[in-house]
Design a protein around this ligand. Structure first.
Ligand code: FPP
Length: 252
């Protein structure tokens, strides 16, 4: 187990280099975390909510501008009704308990997805925390809820068509639910799967992808620092050659 001084050293290294502005996470593995402990799936989600708190705090402390979390996909509506109900309850609980901490730390809460589909108590709580934290300048925490990347693209295309101008990249970009957020730099997925699962399909075009076997409830500040350090060691080329990015024989 790495000790606190290893984490401090890792943090110092990470702070010495440019940070990703926008980090998104596919929080996978709550169910498996619970199963290996002989616990019900909901216990995994509960521990997952605790990880959301810890990682939000860590991202803010580090100075990341935007953190986007895949909390409930459009496809998750098809899970057993009691699991959906438990997730909605955890969300309301999270919003109730965290409002003060979000405010105190200048974190602006945002939500993306087909939010109309959320139960009224989730929707109204979301809206009140969104309004209360709207002035936050420190970091934007976006919860993707009832979210699907394809659905978002359909929404953006419809908006662009309804506006009547050219349906080009800028018009689609302007209709995305993520409009206004910095472009996505780093997409993390926990728990060993290597898929995007309909998350931020457009936004991930040039994002760096990072996969870890750690189940989401065990993902903590150190895991976040490890992912960011991995990101910082990469060369982002956006379709150019290495020489174009760094100069011949040069380093980034
Ligand atoms: C994936 O694990 C996780 C989810 C479908 C939900 C994510 C929800 C939380 C982290 C908790 C509540 C969120 C907030 C914002 C408070 P899985 O159930 O698919 O795990 P498995 O693949 O191991 O079964």
């Amino acid at each position: 187990m790495p000790g606190p001084s290893d984490t401090a050293e890792l943090e110092a290294r990470v702070r010495a280099r440019p940070l990703p502005r926008h980090v998104a996470i596919i929080m996978d593995g709550n169910g498996r975390w619970a199963r290996v402990r002989g616990l019900p799936r909901v216990a995994g989600h509960r521990q997952g909510a605790a990880a959301v708190r810890a990682v939000t705090r860590a991202a803010r402390r580090l100075g990341i501008d935007a953190l986007t979390l895949y909390a409930f996909s459009m496809q998750n509506w098809s899970r057993p009704a009691d699991e959906v109900e438990a997730l909605m309850l955890l969300l309301v609980e999270f919003l109730e308990k965290e409002q003060q901490e979000l405010l105190a730390n200048g974190i602006r809460l945002n939500a993306i997805g087909d939010l109309e589909r959320l139960p009224a108590r989730v929707g109204s709580r979301l809206e009140s925390v969104r309004q209360a934290t709207a002035g936050g300048q420190g970091m934007t925490l976006t919860l993707a809820l009832s979210y699907g990347g394809r659905e978002e693209l359909v929404h953006a295309a419809r908006l662009a068509a309804a506006r009547g101008g050219p349906v080009d990249e800028a018009a689609l970009e302007a209709g995305l639910w993520t409009c206004g957020l910095p472009s996505l730099d780093l997409l993390i997925r926990t728990s060993g799967e290597r898929r995007i699962s309909n998350f931020l399909l457009w936004q991930a075009a040039y994002a760096e992808l990072y996969f870890t076997d750690v189940h989401w409830p065990d993902f903590d500040e150190r895991e976040l620092l490890t992912a960011v350090a991995d990101f910082q060691a990469r060369q982002r080329r956006f379709g150019l050659t290495g020489d174009q990015v760094t100069g011949p024989g040069g380093r980034e």
